[in-house]
Design a protein around this ligand. Sequence first.
Ligand code: FE2
Ligand code: FE2
Ligand code: FE2
Length: 324
Amino acid sequence: MDLQEQLTKHLTDVHSIEEQALQQMVVAPRMAGDPELARAFREHIDETREQERRVRERLAARAADPSRVKDLAGRAGGIGMVIFARSQPDTPGKLVAHAYSYEHMEMAAYDLLALVAERAGDHETAEVARSIREQEAAMAGRLEAGFDRAVEASLREVDPSDLGEQLVRYLQDAHAIESQALQLLSAAPALAGDGDLRKAFEEHLEETRAQQAAVEARLSAHGARPSRFKSVLLRVGGLNLGGFFGAQPDTPLKLAGFAFAFEHLEVAAYEQLRRVAERAGDEETARLAERIAGEERAAAAAVRSCFEEAVDAALEQRGATASA
Ligand SMILES: [Fe+2]
Ligand SMILES: [Fe+2]
Ligand SMILES: [Fe+2]
């Protein structure tokens, strides 16, 4: 596959991401449990429609069409996310956490698209990618500003005397997410090549073990234990990061983008855990959650700083295969 074909493939990938985004965005306002959050989602519907149109336009300019198969997979993934969030007792919190992660996946996808487009000499596509990326970043910012409201909406139905029980649930969710992170990070270095990306994954693997142990200690302090593996799949399996990265990211590029989105799922989980812990008067858990959220942000930034290198490595590899 040459560079031009590679760029067209990236465009069909982001097109399917927008198809999935649209599915999620259309139902999100009704699930948000809060008028401000609902408004943030509603405003992003029109933006997302426009993004889909602009990507389709760039495909047409390259004499290509969106991929029916990828778009279908994207739409199905969107429905999966909705079913998942609905099935959770804290629907608004889960919805906002997943949407926050999804916007970061879009940011990563457009960052990577811009880099590939630049290298392919298609400056117009690069420009479109950068401008859409800014819209996704702004939406992510609105969601981040809504973490308080999401927690508030999730806990509204809870009897204040049940707060301790809720806190244990949030700790169990955090523990489950770290299990998923360990799975991802154990496989990642082997797929990441030899550069800084590999180093970032290896360092974060160590950090992730310590995070999970610290969360488990807080569970013990509440006389509770991690939930079983089954519920890990149930809770985290709802995260469908779309056709672009797939269930098993198999290339350094997809892996880097997937990891960037995943770290932000963790950020959202710990930001919410911190708020629930504060309400429950558990200052130690609140402090821990704040610290780990910072570590997840730093890990995401470390992965992001490797995108350029990952794009060059991917294109080089393709060039080598093509000439072999
Ligand atoms: Fe989008
Ligand atoms: Fe978006
Ligand atoms: Fe992490």
